[in-house]
Write a protein that binds this ligand. Structure first.
Ligand code: PMV
Length: 324
């Protein structure tokens, strides 16, 4: 039996979105992306390989997954076993401090923590770039959760160069997010299926990779200038360009719920009243507000008039993957 290894990885929210794959098996994206790792949302995962097990045993938040439900994790563990020359099955115990599948990207923290714990338990001593590339095979966004702060996923060309690099690990200006939890149910269209449908059918998709690459260059300059307003404007516009591709897919779909529009309008109203705040959304209805800590109390006061206080989660920038 190998030693049990526990790793913690934090989730990240993209300011410039990853949307669409060039290679679905290797998870090579069509465009580079950039995210902010968040402190309060993380996954702790313990992995131990044991020759006594007859199959992988995967527990998420205390629930043992069926073979079908755990398929993505089994496939990922096969990859680790193959690299380490191991045949033993594994016991995986994962606890999410993230609302699972509610558009807060638990797959990012989940596969980043699994990559770190499983590789070390299997005896592989991977560097951070190697870990980032391994995490990518589980879920694209997980490639960025290896690092803290602002992180760029450089799309690269193949398995060996599509990886995240820290853009600014220690952030020395006032930026954070407020996640508005509108719908805790698992999302209706998973990001994987949604982006595949868009790439295959939306006539607007061809415009996405070049516009995202331009947004990324502008975003990096805005971060270096510590310009919160510019960061927010770019992130908001980039997110809406991504969501426009879902409406133009065949059949069309959307991640918006009625309350998503309420949240967006509140952010716009706050901004019209001189409060700097911007919104972004991933493959789910939840809205994340990009703002400063200084203005957070004023924003929360407004949001609390429409949403329960415990659905408003304030998130400061967080660290990269660690072993605990
Ligand atoms: O890696 P996935 O399959 O969770 O896809 C993430 C897609 C978005 O969250 C919409 C964008 C992103 O860059 O995180």
């Amino acid at each position: 039996m190998t030693k049990a290894i526990t790793a913690r990885a934090h989730t990240n929210i993209a300011l410039i979105k990853y949307w669409g794959k060039l290679d679905a098996d290797l998870i090579i994206p069509q465009n580079s992306s950039l995210s902010l790792t968040l402190a309060p949302f993380y996954t702790d995962t313990t992995v131990q390989f044991s020759p006594e097990l007859s199959h992988d045993q995967i527990k998420i938040d205390g629930q043992l997954l069926s073979t079908a439900a755990g398929q993505r994790v089994h496939t990922f563990l096969d990859l680790v076993r193959q690299r380490a020359g191991l045949t033993a099955f594994a016991q995986v115990d994962s606890t999410n401090h993230v609302p699972t599948a509610a558009g807060l990207a638990s797959s990012a923290s989940g596969f980043a923590a699994l990559a770190a714990a499983a590789s070390k338990a299997a005896g592989l001593e991977l560097s951070l770039p190697e870990l980032s590339r391994l995490a990518r095979r589980g879920s694209g966004s997980a490639t960025r959760s290896i690092y803290g702060g602002f992180v760029e996923w450089q799309k690269g060309h193949d398995d060996l160069d599509s990886q995240a690099v820290p853009f600014q690990e220690k952030i020395d200006f006032d930026i954070q997010m407020i996640a508005i939890l509108l719908d805790p149910r698992p999302k209706k269209v998973a990001s994987r299926a949604g982006m595949a449908q868009v790439v295959a059918t939306s006539p607007y998709y061809a415009a996405w990779p070049p516009t995202a690459e331009q947004d990324l260059i502008a975003m990096k300059a805005a971060i270096l200038k510590k310009d919160l307003n510019l960061i927010g404007q770019l992130a908001e516009a980039n997110a809406m360009k991504m969501h426009a591709t879902t409406l133009s897919a065949s059949p069309p779909f959307t991640y918006f719920e009625p309350e998503t529009l309420t949240a967006i309008e509140l952010v716009q109203n706050l901004r019209n009243n001189g409060v700097s705040c911007y919104y972004t959304m991933d493959a789910g209805p939840n809205v994340k507000v990009i703002c400063s800590a200084k203005e957070t109390p004023a924003i929360l006061a407004q949001l609390q008039q429409h949403f329960p206080a415990d659905h408003l989660l304030v998130a400061k920038p967080g660290p990269g993957v660690t072993y605990i």
